[in-house]
Design a protein around this ligand. Structure first.
Ligand code: THU
Length: 160
C-alpha cells in the first residue's frame, strides 16, 4: 500500500493589500452579484473574468424552477467569455457572493462543476486561470484551479 498527499496552496490577502488591478476585478465580481437571478436560493453570486487583452467580462448565477437548469456565476462568465472572445484566454477570475443583505465573510469557493469547467479552459488555452475568491475577511488567491482540483480528469486522461 502507498499513500499520497496532494497539497492545496493558496494565499490570503486583505482586500486593501491587493493590487489596483485585482481590486478592480473583485469590485466587478461584487457588482455582478446585482445581476444575479436567484429567487430560489437568494444566494447571489458574481464573477468577473479578465481576458488576455484585458477585457473584463462578468456573469452571475441564473436560476430556474427546475434547479439543475440554472447556471453558476463562474460558468455564466466563462462561457460568455469563450463564446464572445474565443481568441482570448482567461487570465484570472474573481468571484463574490451576496446573501442575507451582505457579502459573505468567508471567500466563496467555486463548486465542483465550475472547477471542472475552469480546468477545461486552462487546458484549452494552455494557460492557468488565477482565481480571486472574495470574502469580507480575506481574499483567497489561487494560481490555478489545479490547486483546488486534485486528481484532475482532462482530455489527456482519455489518451493514456
Ligand atoms: N452558485 C454559484 O453561482 N457559484 C458557486 O460557486 C456556488 C453556487 C450558485 C448556484 C445557485 O444559483 C446558488 O449559488 C446556490 O447554490
Amino acid at each position: 500500500m502507498k499513500e499520497e498527499e496532494i497539497i492545496c496552496k493558496f494565499r490570503i490577502y486583505d482586500y486593501h493589500e491587493l493590487t489596483e488591478a485585482d481590486r478592480l476585478l473583485v469590485d466587478k465580481a461584487k457588482e455582478a452579484t446585482q445581476t444575479s437571478y436567484a429567487p430560489f436560493s437568494n444566494f447571489c453570486v458574481g464573477a468577473a473574468a479578465r481576458l488576455s487583452d484585458n477585457t473584463i467580462v462578468t456573469g452571475s448565477n441564473q436560476e430556474n424552477a427546475a434547479y439543475p437548469s440554472g447556471l453558476c456565476a463562474e460558468r455564466t462568465a466563462l462561457f460568455y467569455a469563450n463564446a464572445s472572445h474565443p481568441d482570448q484566454y482567461v487570465k484570472e477570475m474573481a468571484v463574490a457572493a451576496y446573501a442575507h443583505g451582505d457579502f459573505l465573510t468567508s471567500p466563496i469557493p467555486p463548486c465542483g462543476a465550475c472547477r471542472q469547467v475552469i480546468l477545461g479552459i486552462e487546458e484549452r488555452y494552455n494557460h492557468p486561470v488565477r482565481l480571486l475568491l472574495y470574502g469580507k475577511n480575506g481574499v483567497y488567491v489561487v494560481d490555478s484551479v489545479k490547486a483546488l482540483l486534485p486528481l484532475q480528469f482532462t482530455g489527456e486522461t482519455m489518451n493514456e
